[in-house]
Design a protein around this ligand. Structure first.
Ligand code: 5GP
Length: 229
């Protein structure tokens, strides 16, 4: 694999089994239409991802995290990635408002899991099991990703609740390792999760950038501070 540069990260081959995942300061929203740079964002997202991957590993979730290679660089396991995004939602926000008759902030009785096809040219469309199968992802593989995603939700929801933060929704990506196991990959950060302060309901995530709600770095710093306590 050659070096791969995405919108917010670079994947650099290290050896046969490992990659370096480098977090950039670039931010994009609305499928790349809105762009900016925030000095320090890469470091916060890397450090927050490390803490959350370690927490999930302790709780028995298999992740691609191996180690740290720098303040904005992680060493991760090489995987064959599924071309999917798995979104879990606890509270109504974002694109869910266009799908169900609930207002922003409505607490769902049960978490909702959604599948999206990771494809910029198509704008990451929502898909179902049939679409996924046509893309080479079996029903068993999706069921396993959904099972892991719901377990991650239980662990993270509790962890953030204890720190005065509501886990509104988040996006996960998965890959398969050389043993054929499904492994949690990518990042878990304020770029990929919605976090609200439990009291003020203030956004502490990328919505600050998407909807010009204030200073992005102070929001990310606040998340880092609360999970480091
Ligand atoms: P929504 O569908 O409401 O836009 O997003 C749901 C959740 O998944 C949000 O926490 C959002 O940050 C995350 N998410 C969905 N798609 C993407 C994506 O392509 N990139 C990133 N960084 N996050 C995403």
């Amino acid at each position: 694999m050659e070096m791969y540069e995405g919108k917010a990260k670079k994947m650099i081959p290290l050896d046969e089994a490992k990659l370096i995942m480098e977090f950039k300061d670039d931010a994009t929203a609305f499928n790349g239409v809105k762009k900016a740079q925030f000095k320090g964002k890469g470091v916060y997202n890397a450090q927050i991802s490390v803490k959350l991957f370690k927490l999930l590993e302790e709780k028995g979730i298999r992740t691609h995290f191996i180690g740290i290679a720098g303040e904005n660089k992680l060493i991760v396991e090489r995987l064959e990635m599924f071309p999917l995004e798995v979104v879990v939602r606890n509270i109504v926000a974002g694109s869910l408002k266009k799908r169900l008759p609930f207002k922003e902030g409505h607490e769902l009785e049960e978490p909702i899991v959604e599948l999206y096809y990771k494809n910029d040219a198509l704008g990451d469309p929502m898909i179902n099991y049939y679409h996924a199968k046509s893309l080479g992802v079996s029903e068993e593989e999706i069921k396993e990703m959904e099972r892991i995603a719901l377990k991650v939700n239980e662990i993270l929801k509790e962890f953030f609740k204890e720190r005065g933060i509501l886990l509104v929704d988040f996006k996960l990506e998965f890959g398969k390792n050389s043993k054929g196991e499904i492994v949690l990959a990518d990042e878990i950060s304020p770029d990929t999760c919605r976090f609200w302060d439990a009291e003020t309901k203030k956004s502490l995530d990328k919505d600050v950038f998407r909807f010009d709600k204030g200073d992005l770095i102070s929001a990310y710093e606040e998340i880092y501070r609360r999970i480091s306590e």
